[in-house]
Design a protein around this ligand. Structure first.
Ligand SMILES: O=C(O)c1ccccc1N[C@@H]1O[C@H](COP(=O)(O)O)[C@@H](O)[C@H]1O
Length: 218
């Protein structure tokens, strides 16, 4: 029988306001992400992330997201923000990802023609805590609100996987039922429609969590 998590973990990514972080904790979200990727419209400075970390409820992970940032910059963020998990979206290799002494997620671009080979992923990133499958093409930043074909989620990944890319309160139920991932990750899908990237919408955040829990009960 296929492994089915008892409860799908939820990560809200690209947070920019302490109030949104506080609400995420109240809604029972498992992790919030702070983006330090240079090419992101949700990029925050370490000082902003420190303020948001102070608004974080106990037992909620703070995730620092990078995309080909220099090692010195990652070290500075780790020292200032004290994330519990790192997330790498660029061409970082295993040695780089593990060198900061923290568990990490490696993002896998699902926008390529061929779905990734699970054995090759495990061989390239043996120390990864898990893999985040995102819709973008190799070399592109994520956070674009685009979904990928969920039937391409590779079977046989023994590490936890998070499904990301274009998830919304409207489609996350179906995404969880189709893929039964360890967790789901969302940035733009819980933002104010027509608003600035990083400005979350409390109603959409709440509906997103409700829809994941509905899928968990199904
Ligand atoms: O959010 C960003 O700006 C970002 C920039 C660079 C790499 C990754 C980024 N975000 C990640 O992409 C997924 C999907 O975003 P969306 O829900 O489609 O908007 C998001 O969960 C972040 O982990």
């Amino acid at each position: 029988m296929a492994f089915q998590p008892f409860r799908t973990r939820i990560k809200f990514c690209g947070m920019t306001r302490p109030g949104d972080v506080r609400l995420a904790g109240e809604l029972g979200v498992d992790a919030v992400g702070f983006v330090f990727a240079v090419r992101s419209r949700r990029r925050v400075e370490p000082g902003q992330a420190v303020a948001m970390r102070e608004a974080l409820a106990p037992m909620v992970d703070a995730v620092a997201l990078f995309m080909d940032n220099p090692a010195d910059e990652v070290r500075q963020v780790v020292a200032a923000v004290r994330p519990s998990l790192l997330q790498f979206h660029g061409d970082e290799d295993e040695g780089f990802c593990r060198s900061f002494g923290l568990p990490y997620l490696k993002a896998v671009p699902m926008g390529a023609d061929e779905p990734p080979d699970p054995l090759a992923l495990h061989a390239r990133f043996p120390s990864a805590a898990g893999f985040l499958l995102d819709a973008h093409a190799p070399g592109e930043p994520g956070g674009g609100g685009r979904a990928f074909d969920w039937s391409k989620v590779p079977r046989g990944l023994t590490k936890p996987i998070l499904v990301a890319g274009g998830l919304t309160p409207e489609n996350v139920h179906d995404a969880v039922v189709a893929t039964r991932p360890w967790g789901v990750d969302v940035a733009s899908g819980v933002e104010l429609e027509g608003g600035s990237p990083g400005i979350k919408d409390g109603t959409r955040m709440r509906r997103f969590v409700e829809e994941v829990r509905r899928a968990d009960c199904g």
